[in-house]
Design a protein around this ligand. Structure first.
Ligand SMILES: [Fe+2]
Ligand SMILES: [Fe+2]
Length: 168
């Protein structure tokens, strides 16, 4: 069954949100470089690549359903942050926001009787649980560290070891 116009529009909008997420994390990565936290910068750069892959996962899905993936302008991400704590807090808030957008997208798929999209979105719903958990863990770890430079450097080194997992 070909995708409905309403579903296609909602999915195209969400591709844009995932690409915006990619942009936002790349911006955060640059900030982390500027405050000499190369491990966080690396971790966020990988995060940015993952978000790009999420966008492409929807882009491909629309085209596979005989629809047309349409690209919208990507908004400018936040460029200034107060601290690494601020970066991770904004990451957590952003992931919660994306989860709510995916829930709304799922509601559209239900009202459009689009079972294929509902199934496709289940991957994203599961992914968001992981995304929120990871961001929350880092916010909490940074609270524990507070002003201790040696502990922060240790965490930075740990995050520097992240590798890109393929998005299936
Ligand atoms: Fe995502
Ligand atoms: Fe995400």
């Amino acid at each position: 069954m070909a995708i409905t116009q309403k579903m296609q529009d909602a999915l195209n909008e969400h591709t844009n949100q995932e690409l915006y997420s990619s942009y936002l994390y790349l911006s955060m990565s640059s900030y982390c470089e500027s405050i000499n936290l190369p491990g966080f910068a690396h971790w966020l750069r990988i995060q940015s690549q993952e978000e790009y892959a999420h966008g492409m996962k929807i882009f491909d899905f629309i085209n596979d359903r005989d629809g047309r993936a349409i690209l919208h302008p990507i908004g400018q991400p936040t460029i200034e942050f107060e601290s690494i704590q601020d970066v991770m807090q904004k990451t957590l808030e952003h992931e919660r926001h994306v989860s709510s957008l995916i829930n709304k997208l799922y509601e559209v798929a239900v009202t459009e009787n689009d079972v294929a999209t509902q199934i496709h979105l289940q991957w994203f719903i599961t992914e968001q649980i992981e995304e929120e958990k990871t961001a929350n863990d880092l916010v909490e770890q940074l609270k524990l560290i507070s002003g201790q430079g040696d502990a922060l450097l240790l965490l930075d080194r740990e995050l520097g070891a992240r590798s890109l997992d393929p998005v299936e």
